[in-house]
Ligand binder design. Sequence first.
Ligand SMILES: Nc1ncnc2c1ncn2[C@@H]1O[C@H](COP(=O)(O)OP(=O)(O)OP(=O)(O)O)[C@@H](O)[C@H]1O
Length: 239
Amino acid sequence: MNIVLDVQGLSKGFTMHHLDSRLAAFSDISFDLRAGEFLLLKGQNGAGKSTLLRTLYRTYLAQDGKVLFHSDHGVIDLVRAADVDVTHLRRTEIGFVTQFLVARPRVSAEALVAEPLRMAGWSAERALEEARHWLRAFGVKESLWRAYPTTFSGGEQQKVNLARALILPQKLLLLDEPTASLDAGARAALVARLRELKDGGTAMIGVFHHPDDVEHLIDRVIDLTPDAPQMEDREDVVV
Ligand SMILES: Nc1ncnc2c1ncn2[C@@H]1O[C@H](COP(=O)(O)OP(=O)(O)OP(=O)(O)O)[C@@H](O)[C@H]1O
């Protein structure tokens, strides 16, 4: 399978101005990831899992190292890429699923979910049809589809979030505890969708509070706990 991501010597720290000190979130991380591979990030609280995902997504700027993403238009180092290129890749090739929906006032659940398809050129009608399919799959009740998610419960918002984030296959998908606050039915729908995306070639890096949920998807594990051996192959994995 083709390489999607080649991470070399990646380090990230935070300057704590009020303490006049610097905190290393992680340092010298290297790995690569191929199409269809699923990499689990694990480690104790504060080990740097979310920070690594955000650095790969370029929400945070790395201090050092390279994140070479093999995009449809060639290899691009996400650490040094122009903001405009990063924004374009986020719309077309790199997805990030967090625990939180960014709801917008007076935008219905179905419109929010259909939006990535509309931006990819789908007709309004087809996009809405597909959006409703995924809202149903994740267990959002039909009476809520045309309502505004700003007032939804935490779990309902997360289901809308997942439907929106996973409706369009991406080349690289970053997942930060997407199962938090989901009921069993939605967790099963999520795992089924991730399986489908993986089989279709999406490369994934995820942090899961309960990795048992995705055990059958995991190919490799990186443990960010200080002094832990960094990389484990699937055969050795105990999650
Ligand atoms: N924006 C920030 N400014 C300063 N320090 C930060 C920032 N974001 C994260 N940190 C620090 O970086 C370290 C790693 O945090 P991170 O959230 O990546 O850990 P995690 O492994 O995801 O933890 P958890 O399992 O608790 O969610 C923590 O010590 C945290 O306090």
